[in-house]
Ligand binder design. Structure first.
Ligand SMILES: Cc1ncc(COP(=O)(O)O)c(C=O)c1O
Length: 383
């Protein structure tokens, strides 16, 4: 079955309701009722299926989790209040007693989890070059990388990394937010846990903050228990919005991925653009990984380098309807300036080492018509 078809129907088996509606109800309740002590005890103690208190679980979270499990080809999934909560729970569940190794090229929030939260608690965190599987440090219990990195869209050979991690006794956690299961299913390549900011392409409409993780029943149960304890589980309406958005995942992704490839070609030929970072282009440094794991395609996000921060500022100011918004994965094309927003936690030297320049602009490509996008971007660059 194609991912587009799965996305339309997934998750409904988790709904137990008579009559069965096509669009599931929102179970907007903090607590569930019981008729007797025995059942209340069994459900609360996890001995019988059911719901007791919404922080511990509710049907909307279960439907969204089941849908993402289907899309990622996972035995189980757990929904979190945000992508950050999902990453933290995944790392803590995966690491056992070991340290945490994080790719150098990664979302700034993941760097913050390591530096501002885990390290002060005494959990050792180190950064490594995810393009070199042998660079995974000894003693790591969990390794975190992105299939397609934020912000420059470098591709990671997660199959090679999973093998190297397992050889060293570590588990591999992969953030698949940028690439999505439309382009790659990391669990099929040996990855232990997949995490998402479901705020982005999975929900797709810029109206909800949500996270999700997927993998083996054992690891997902451990992560779910942490999420419940932290209180980092989702509100029913947020989970409902996630599933609502997921229904159009296939058409949104197909259209946006095609738009991104067309924009990458146009920008690469533009005299004001110094460099375009997109895996659909032959010039992309990991083009071979794109061929092997992404069907030769690039994600619905691209980055490009203008001459300077001033040039980036002028470009943003000239645009008429492509707006500056520090997020990604929405139906609308939006952009941001990584050096001053998503990656501001990094020093200028760290940014430079990763290839983020003061003139780098990241574009999250939406589902508008290709010719309108090309015209708007050409207008922005014409100043
Ligand atoms: C790749 C990636 N992972 C995780 C996150 C965090 O997700 P959330 O904002 O839903 O907590 C983001 C947010 O931008 C992201 O880009």
């Amino acid at each position: 079955m194609h991912q587009a078809t799965r996305a339309v129907h997934a998750g409904m088996d988790a709904l137990q309701s008579e009559p069965t509606p096509l669009s599931p109800p929102i179970y907007q309740s903090s607590v569930f009722l019981f008729d007797d002590l025995q059942r209340a005890g069994d459900v609360t103690g996890g001995l019988a299926p059911g719901y007791s208190y919404a922080r511990i679980g509710h049907p909307n979270a279960d439907m969204f989790s089941a849908a993402v499990a289907e899309l990622e080809g996972a035995p189980a999934a757990a929904t979190a209040a945000s992508g950050m909560a999902a990453i933290l729970a995944a790392l803590l569940a995966a690491r056992g007693e070991g340290s945490i190794a994080i790719a150098e090229e990664i979302y700034g929030g993941s760097v913050a989890i390591a530096r501002s939260f885990l390290s002060p608690l005494g959990v050792a965190c180190t950064f490594f070059d995810a393009h070199d599987p042998e660079a995974i440090p000894d003693g790591a219990g969990a390794v975190l990388v992105e299939t397609c990195s934020n912000p420059l869209g470098s591709l990671t050979d997660v199959a090679a990394l999973a093998q190297a991690a397992h050889r060293k006794g570590a588990r591999l956690v992969v953030d698949n937010t940028f690439a999505t299961p439309y382009l790659i299913r990391p669990l099929s390549l040996g990855v232990d846990l997949v995490v998402h900011s479901a705020t982005k392409f999975l929900s797709g409409h810029g109206d909800v903050i949500l996270g999700v993780l997927a993998g083996s029943r054992e690891l997902v149960a451990a992560a779910q228990s942490l999420l419940t304890t932290f209180g980092a589980t989702p509100d029913p309406f947020a989970a409902w919005l996630g599933l609502r958005g997921l229904r159009t995942f296939g058409v949104r992704m197909e259209h946006a991925v095609q738009n991104a490839a067309a924009i990458a070609r146009m920008l690469e030929a533009h005299p004001k653009v110094r460099r375009v970072h997109h895996a659909s282009l032959q010039s992309h440094p990991q083009r071979e990984i794109a061929e092997r794991f992404f069907d030769g395609r690039g994600p619905a996000i691209l980055a490009f380098d203008l001459e300077s921060e001033q040039a980036a500022e002028q470009f943003v100011a000239r645009l008429r309807w492509i707006r500056y918004a520090p997020s990604l994965g929405d139906v609308a094309t939006i952009l941001l300036h990584p050096a001053t927003t998503s990656h501001r936690q990094l020093s200028p030297e760290e940014q430079a080492r990763l290839g983020i320049t003061p003139g780098t602009v990241r574009l999250s490509v939406g589902i508008e018509a290709e010719e309108d996008l090309v015209e708007e971007l050409s207008h922005g660059l014409a100043g």
